[in-house]
Design a protein around this ligand. Structure first.
Ligand code: ADP
Ligand code: ASP
Ligand code: MG
Length: 838
């Protein structure tokens, strides 16, 4: 087939997908899989590079030459590292490194100039920012060449033409159509892959102007239009366009198909997945866009086209813009006066402020509209000038500004003609006690916009998403959250070890981040994730005894307040890990209701009154959240997991016996080897084995709690009080303070020595054992025979013996380390990973 007759394909690779050399290599393999079709490849800057370049320029302009140079040097290193890892052949690598050096040598000169003149013009900003795309295009084309593909690196200034407005250039469609065909046509005809940097365009006099943040999407659709492609593919870091920003609504689903107009509403109202103007080039053309998952090239993604599908879902998606202010022009004199609205918007337009939502009550008593927070004061001043006379005559009361609001858009073509959409939206918000400040509905009825307080933005989206059952859209194809945000409730020894493990965790594509840590004093939270450095600093301060509330950026507050605060933020697949030893049932229920999964190392909520336990499970089931607590029984050992596996495979468990106390195991082991009780217990404390008060271990309470957790799995209906517990705490020691008790340990040495000797005389060893059946739980000291599996336990090892229908004569035994911060933290991490992968 002669190539010229085949429709060209345009593929754009987004910045979020292009992180490093490895990601570029992946892009290359995706591109190769599309050949031999004629291919145009548009690329964004590597992830975060545009922001970093803008930061370099800002610092230079502020006079901070060192910081600007350091920023530029870090970017140079990053691009050079990508080139080194990608380009095996020495000459090609050298050429790429030279090109990178040239780009940064020029940047250094610009920085030097900015440090002197201290003025950053929109033109220079664009010139600096665009090099991110230039660099990535160079890397991608070199990598394609290395893979043996015929490639041309095309300058965007030769093909994309605009009106020249720096920072927000609008494309000149006719000129771009023509030039793109002239330049790219012949190359494509020869079978050459054309690589074009996205984001920027030529001004009428041939300078460089960017088309606004995210503008590479627009570059791609412009080229698709010019070349009469049928489809433009945008490869992104998401599985497609989702029913909501997945960082806000964890239940968000991929929308298989969206109408152009729906996509336009979403993009315009803040869905940061598509550049709002990227759809303009589609006008009048038979051109579709497909958003596809970079991480899963086989995934279908989302088609944006003129079809109408999914008619059973009148509402398809939500989006939101925060950082806005509401302006209100009110007054009785406005009634019936023509031209007030026109003058209002002219006044705002004169200031170059864009208005996103307008609502006018039918009484014509007020006009209300939203603008970006940063432009609110300018807009107000302009309105006050415009209506000076009317305000003087009291026909207009004045101009009111309400800051800190967010606009939420509920979008779907099917909304027109489906009654009750607004009512359902408001009922959902009312159910969450969220106040609606203003509403607007476009006359197309494609979009219902609601203004709420910015603090309620996240909760509002979750409620509306649930009300319209958007988690069922598209047959329920689940969006896969690759990032899991972890909140640590409790920041003691185990919490700190766990934080360190999460900081070091690397297993692509899974990403774990600690976003918050909570202790009794308060909490530290950052929705973007607390850096390993910050976590290490917090750990060090805690270790010195400083409460979290004293840390920089911390907030005071109870655990409930902390959870409420966290829940107001957009998190990805949030998991709350309870590593306290407190009564946290209420806090946990709140976290579940806010959409968090739970991982518990804390036994109390599971051993609290049956009613609380049942409620916790019920809320989890109702919210579709999971509650994992493997470490509450055997620290790092898979006890609960084994139980479920047995039951799920049709077995039934009649009894679990065990020595589930690493502390007591360690103690008996040491005493068996001749150590005194006091010596052995102090050793255990130094190693971090016992509960904060070691009497919780000695009293059998801790073992009883583990036994009750197992018992409740088996169907034991009772409470802690129904367990027969033999305490090892001498009666006289029960009333002491924790510290007094530890100080006076020597007083109990003699009694313990006798117990150990008695057991030995009978040819056995001492063990503290629990026996759990659905009807009865016993916990106490036994002297076990040397032939029992329990006798062979070492150190802090735990042991569990399952008697089941299948394992009746030869029970199933699980033995292994059952205490210690590292083992427990490892077990918790395992539970977190089960949720991260789900
Ligand atoms: P690119 O890498 O192509 O520039 P963007 O970063 O512009 O991609 O767009 C993808 C991001 O958009 C995602 O990481 C996601 O957090 C965000 N996003 C916001 N709303 C949505 C939505 N409704 N569907 C998918 N992604 C969304
Ligand atoms: N790199 C530019 C930005 O970050 C353009 C783009 O990614 O589309 O805004
Ligand atoms: Mg983008």
């Amino acid at each position: 087939m002669p190539r010229a007759t085949v429709t060209p394909q345009v593929h754009k690779f987004g910045g979020a997908s292009l992180a490093d050399g490895g990601a570029i290599a992946r892009a290359v393999s995706i591109i190769q899989a599309q050949r031999p079709a004629p291919l145009v490849i548009v690329v964004s800057a590597l992830a975060g590079v545009t922001d970093a370049l803008l930061d370099v320029a800002a610092r230079a302009t502020a006079g901070d030459a060192d910081a600007a140079r350091a920023g530029a040097a870090a970017l140079r290193t990053r691009h050079a590292a990508a080139a080194e890892s990608l380009l095996g052949q020495a000459s090609r690598r050298k050429e790429a490194l030279q090109a990178i050096d040239a780009v940064f040598a020029e940047l250094d000169q610009i920085v030097a100039g900015l440090v002197i003149v201290r003025e950053l013009t929109p033109r220079t900003t664009d010139y600096v920012a665009a090099r991110g795309e230039r660099l990535s295009a160079r890397l991608v084309s070199a990598a394609l060449e290395q893979a043996g593909c015929p490639v041309a690196l095309v300058d965007a200034l030769d093909v994309i033409h605009s009106d020249g407005k720096f920072g927000a250039a609008s494309p000149n469609l006719a000129l771009t159509d023509r030039r793109a065909r002239q330049v790219l046509g012949p190359l494509l005809k020869r079978g050459t892959i054309c690589v074009v940097p996205g984001f920027f365009a030529a001004t009428p006099d041939g300078q460089l102007a960017t088309m606004g943040r995210g503008g590479s999407d627009l570059t791609a659709t412009l080229l698709g239009r010019a070349l009469r492609a049928r489809e433009v593919t945008l490869w992104k870091d998401v599985p497609g366009i989702l029913t909501s920003d997945p960082r806000v609504v964890p239940d968000a689903r991929v929308i298989p198909q969206l109408h152009l107009r729906e996509a336009a509403e979403l993009a315009y109202y803040g869905a940061k997945v598509l550049h709002p103007r990227a759809l303009i080039p589609l006008a009048g053309r038979n051109l579709a866009i497909r958003i596809r998952p970079f991480a899963d090239p086989a995934g279908r993604g989302t088609e944006i086209s003129r079809r109408r599908t999914l008619r059973s879902h009148p509402v398809k998606a939500l989006s939101a813009v925060g950082g806005q202010a509401l302006l209100m022009v009110t007054g009785n004199g406005m009634l019936g006066v023509p031209g007030i609205a026109a003058r209002t918007f002219a006044a705002v337009h004169d200031e170059g402020v864009s208005v996103s939502l307008i609502s006018q009550a039918s009484s014509e008593h007020s006009i209300c509209f939203s603008v970006p927070q940063a432009s609110a004061e300018r807009a107000r001043a302009s309105l006050e000038r415009t209506f000076k006379a009317e305000i003087g005559r009291r026909e207009i009361d004045g101009i009111e500004v309400r800051s800190g609001i967010a606009t939420l858009a509920v979008v779907g073509l099917g909304m027109a003609g489906t009654p009750g959409i607004a009512a359902k939206t408001f009922a959902a918000l009312a159910g969450g006690s969220i106040n609606v400040i203003a509403i607007a509905q476009g006359s197309s009825e494609l979009n219902l916009s609601v203004v709420v307080d910015a603090k309620e933005m996240v909760a509002a989206q979750k409620l509306i998403h649930a009300a319209f059952q958007l988690d069922k859209l598209g047959g329920g194809a689940v969006s896969h959250a690759e990032r899991t945000d972890v909140v640590l409730l409790g920041f003691g020894q185990i919490g700190r070890v766990l934080a360190g493990m999460i900081a070091k965790f690397k297993r692509a594509p899974l990403q774990l981040k600690v976003v918050g840590v909570i202790d009794r004093s308060g909490f530290v939270f950052d929705a973007e994730g607390l850096s390993p450095r910050k976590l290490a600093a917090l750990s060090a301060a805690k270790l010195k005894g400083h409460p979290l509330a004293k840390a920089p950026g911390a907030r005071r507050g109870s655990a409930d307040e902390a959870v409420d605060y966290v829940a107001r933020h957009a998190l990805s697949n949030p998991v709350l890990v309870d590593i306290t030893a407190d009564d946290t049932s209420q806090t946990l229920t709140r976290a579940l209701a806010a959409g968090m999964h739970l991982v518990l190392a804390n036994k109390r909520p599971l051993t609290a009154h049956r009613k609380l336990y049942d409620e916790l499970k019920a809320v989890a089931a109702e919210r579709g959240r999971r509650l994992l607590h493997e470490t509450t029984v055997g620290a790092g050992l898979p006890i609960i997991d084994t139980y479920y596996k047995l039951v799920e495979s049709g077995d039934s468990v009649s009894m679990i016996e065990g020595c589930p106390s690493g502390t007591l195991g360690y103690l008996f082991g040491e005493m068996g080897r001749g150590k005194r009780f006091s010596e052995a217990l102090r050793g255990a404390i130094a190693k971090g084995y016992p509960e904060p008060d070691p009497r919780d271990d000695l009293s059998g309470t801790d073992v009883a709690r583990k036994a009750l957790i197992l018992g409740r799995l088996l169907g034991f209906p009772g409470e802690m009080a129904d367990i027969e517990i033999e305490s090892l705490v001498p009666v006289a020691a029960r009333k002491l303070s924790r510290d007094d008790f530890v100080r006076r340990l020597e007083e109990y040495d003699a009694e313990w020595q006798k117990r150990v000797q008695d057991a030995r005389a009978k040819g056995g060893v001492l063990r503290y054992r629990c026996t759990v059946t659905p009807r009865r739980i016993r916990v106490g000291l036994v002297a076990v025979n040397a032939s029992s599996p329990l006798a062979s336990l070492n150190g802090t090892d735990n042991q569990f013996i399952f008697t089941t229908q299948r394992y009746k004569t030869n029970p199933l035994v699980i033995t292994g380390p059952g205490a210690g911060p590292a083992v427990t933290a490892g077990g918790i991490l395992n539970d977190v990973l089960k949720l991260a992968g789900s």
